[in-house]
Ligand binder design. Sequence first.
Ligand code: GLU
Length: 547
Amino acid sequence: MTNKELANIMYPDVSKTIEDYEKMYPKRNLDDKAVVTRFAPSPTGFVHMGSLLAAFVSRKATKDTNGVFYLRIEDTDGKRSVENGIEGIISDLKAFDIKIDEGALSETEEIGEYGPYIQSKRIEIYHTFAKWLVENDYAYPCFCSEEELEEIRTLQEAQKQRIGYYGKYAKYRFVSNEEKAKKIQNGEKFVLRLKSTGDFNKRIVINDLVRGRIEYPENDIDHVLIKSDGVPVYHFAHVVDDHLMHTTHISRGEEWLPSTPLHIELFNKFGFEVPKFCHLGLLMKIDDEGVRRKLSKRKDPEAAVSYYHEKGIPVEAVSLYLMTIANSNFEGWMDANFGKSIDEFKFDYAKMSKSGSLFDVNKLLNISKNYISRLKASDVYDATLNWALDFDKEFYDLLVKYKDYSIAILNIEREQKKPRKDFESYSSIKSYIWYMYDELFTNLNYEWQNITDKDEIKKILNIYLNKYDINDDKDTWFNKMKEVCDELGYASDMKKYKENPNDYKGNVADISNVLRVALTTKAMTPDLYEIMKLLGKEKMEKRFNMV
Ligand code: GLU
């Protein structure tokens, strides 16, 4: 029986040829240098920061070269796929402003001419390519049971041989087509295996764009390409897809590096051009014990992309940070090109770290602080509102109810040369400004400093309130605090106080502290003059009475 006949028995439903598909997926009309690459996650329900970095650099590389960035959902491993996994990936990309040119938009919609972009919808295509392999003696059906595979392994162990389904151990290489056909006709399940022609004693060179030249032994394992349920494994599916979708750069995690010789063998068997490989290092972190280790999905909350969304860290800050860890020359470029957009920086795979980039969430928060500090108050308001809509209903309602008041609060010490830099995220803002809202001014814990005597505090507050006028300019405002000092035996002049501290009960800083704490409970706040102006005399009086 010829291979062609066997192939027909194995894949009776295949009606197209590889050429038919190649016609349906014509060469892209792009510049020679244009990068076509993809983000190809499995819908596991968890997007790791490392994956986001991969998507980010792929997007960047394609933007830099007028190429194409597409999203391909790799859901052929049913065990790893979770419900709503696809929607999660799509919304994460959206949340981080990583736009796709082509790919899945939801479980049912997509854009682009090279789809379907969800692998489970491409089974017929994989079978067409599989059939071609069988016809050309590059693949065969294997009927080994678990027990038989175990027997092969035991034999290899006994003979001190390399473990695996290869060469003389590849049992179904040596079974006739007739016999295989009979098994299939009897309804026996089979997997499709590659008939490898690689030689383990020869070396294969991979010129990886990130890692440079790497050598591996050639693949000689007859890997499973299609499982017994007809669904392909990653190794096979991605080769077919990257060929038809005209991927120029396979940029993916370094965990795929060891199977690259197999992928190259597959590209070669089909006679397809092999794309460039860019194996990205893992994200690393220095843990509390000072040990450098992988950023772990299990141990590190910051490993999850959802963390940034929940925290309300601006997307722009995350992008800046990702660019910083992607290419270490970016920070210097940014300093030298202040005000320019990331779009003007040229990303280079070769400048990525081979050993994995260090992911330092504090550095990211610092970038975030600087970024937020330069925003206009109304922009901070909008972004905070947006965040609160999803994560803090109480705060959201207050922001809506007191819009102008909230913007004015956010404007304290902002929109100036040296703006305040306390907000590291939109979620942290409430903890800095809560006291400005009566609704939140409950369960108070006053941070009194030098003056703690209640009667003395009351006296200071009363005298001050009588003097306070919201229309005072800053000097007049401050002078009124000094007047309180003079009336109650505190030093209004710091120089005099320092010369003879024992002549006074304290100084003007103690008075302002009492006022600040009475109004906000906090010993440290931004400009008190501004705070009083925003609260107004009525609220001030109310708060003084609460003390
Ligand atoms: N589906 C693979 C994964 O989730 C992607 C590898 C690739 O980008 O080719 O790791």
